[in-house]
Every structure is written in structure tokens, then in C-alpha cells.
Design a protein around this ligand. Sequence first.
Ligand code: SAM
Ligand code: SF4
Length: 334
Amino acid sequence: MQVENLTNDQLAELLVTDRYDEELRRRALALRRKIYGNKVFVRGLIEFTNYCKNNCYYCGLRCENKNLQRYRLTADEILQCADEGYALGFRTFVLQGGEDVYFTDEVLVPLVTELHHRHPDVAITLSVGERSRESYARLRQAGAERYLLRHETANPDHYARLHPVAQTLSNRKRCLQDLKELGYAVGSGFMVGSPFQTPMNLVEDIHFLQELQPAMIGIGPFLSHRDTPFWNEPNGDLQLTLRLIALLRIFFPHALIPATTALATLAENGRELGMAYGANVLMPNLTPAVVRKQYLLYDNKVTGGVEDAQSLEQLKERMAIDGWDIVVDRGDVQ
Ligand code: SAM
Ligand code: SF4
């Protein structure tokens, strides 16, 4: 089956059946092997603040969640995490956080500058939400090369059901456009099974990504959090997430696609399944253990074990069982 030639309706139908999963999986895997061989890239994730001014209805870090103990790492602590990651062999760091008003350009730009100065061979990736074009430009100049900002959903009505009115799809798209124009390698993506999502919404997501042509595509199942308006919504479906990973690999053969923590939370072997369906990136966690449990986007988020960057050797062994080879390099798009 040539998925590239399907109509929107046919693609939406394909998303709701498991009939073609094995075929999709095999094709995705063949493409991934052709371009990236057995290589799996690793990124060291530093979740440096769980303060957020936004109020996304799905996320445990939303500002209206008063049950969350907030933390913010100091610049020194962030640099220490990076030093530790560097010693462990990581050559990409992802600095991720809520939209914390403390991290103005005056704070973040010197931090990125120092990080770049200490480790010039490292690809600095930021994931700190929506900012002005000027801010993105300053951070780029300071040494940030990649930026992760999921579009979450490409349908404006759906977007409005997941976010308060102050947060708009048009601004998110503006950010992604600015980031691309400024020369960042951009990552985007969406949650699978977010409330009110329809198969046609997912088709729209694929089309949006085809326009954007991001270097990285992050998808993971929506997982509910008890202190959000979506506390009672069902979690995203494992098989649909895997099917979408395979489809994205087919549509974007060169993309860097992680097997996400959300996937590993939904299924104990989520990382392995993600790889089997075409993912090629893992993001072990470098966040200090004392605060890691407070970066709780959804309930039961996995921490510890191979999720720890410190357990890289263990992760390597686990991935090697399936023939995957975790490599230590920047893991640029090929
Ligand atoms: N604040 C930044 C942003 O929103 O881009 C970066 C951090 S945010 C926590 C990273 C991603 O987590 C979001 O893009 C969203 O897709 C995902 N996320 C948030 N809540 C989630 C949930 N309940 N289930 C699964 N993923 C979730
Ligand atoms: Fe904040 Fe990002 Fe969570 Fe939205 S998804 S509440 S912006 S941390």
C-alpha cells in the first residue's frame, strides 16, 4: 500500500484499523534502517523548571495546578547537569521547562552562552515554549541550535478545546515559522489521543508537518493528570501511537523521531516498541533526582531505571538485545 497516495478519508480510515500495522511497521523499519542503520541517538534531558505561566488543560505543570511543588534549577545546577551529561557521553542536551517568567532573555541567554562555551561540540536544544522572534534570535546567537515545540494539534477548533483563549494555534505556528527562519533545527509534534481528537485531526497533523518539514517529530500518548480538567479522560492508545510512529517514518524518512517517556509510561517496553515501529531517538533524563518527580506532566510518569541518564550502560544493553546501537554523537539529521 502506498500511503503517500491515500486521500484524507483513506488515511483517516487507516488510522483506526490495525489491519495494516505489520505492513506499516516493516516498511517504516526498512526506511529507518536504510537511512540510520542500527543507530539510536540519545539526548540528555534537563527539566530545569516546572513553573509555567500557561494553563494548557492537559498538563500537570499548568499554572492553576496548586497541588504541585514548584522548583527551578539555578544556572549552576543546570550547568552541573550538563557537565555530568557530557562526562557520561551525551553530545546533545535538551533544556526543557514550563514557560517560566523567571527565565527572561537576560537569564537564559548568558546560560546558553556559558553552556556553549563549556561544551562547543554539543548540540544545545531548547524546549521552553512560545517566545518572541527576537528572543529566539538571541538564543540562537548564544549557541542554541535546535528547538522543540510541538504544535499539539493543527486544527484551530481542537486547539481551542485544549488551551485557554490566550493561547492560540496561530501564535504557535508563528513561533515555529520564526524558529525555522532563524536557522534552528525544529522539532514539532502532538499528543496521540488528546481529548476531542478525531482521526481527521491526525490527518491534519500529518499535513501540517508536511508543510513545516521539521527535523524532529515528537509524538506520545496523551496521559491524564489528576489535577487537570482532563483528569477523567482516557489515556491515548498504545497501538495508535505506534501506528503513527510508523506512518511518520514513512512520510518523513529522515526525521529524528523519539520513543518518548510518555510511551514508556504507557507500556513497560514502550521504548523497544517505539524503535520497532521506526523511532530512532531516546531522551534519558539528566534532571537531579530530588526534583525529577515534580516534573509531573501526567500521572505515573516513569522516572528511574533506564530513564536515568546515569543508567546509559544499562540502556545500551537493553537496546542491544533488539540489535540497536546507541551512539554517542550529536545525532544530526541525515
Ligand atoms: N512548556 C513547553 C511546551 O509546552 O512546549 C515544554 C514543556 S511541555 C511539558 C512538553 C510537552 O509535554 C508538550 O508539548 C506536550 O505535548 C507534552 N505533554 C504535556 N502534558 C501532557 C500529557 N498530559 N500527556 C502527554 N504529554 C503531555
Ligand atoms: Fe506549560 Fe508546556 Fe505544560 Fe503547557 S504543556 S502547561 S506550556 S509546561
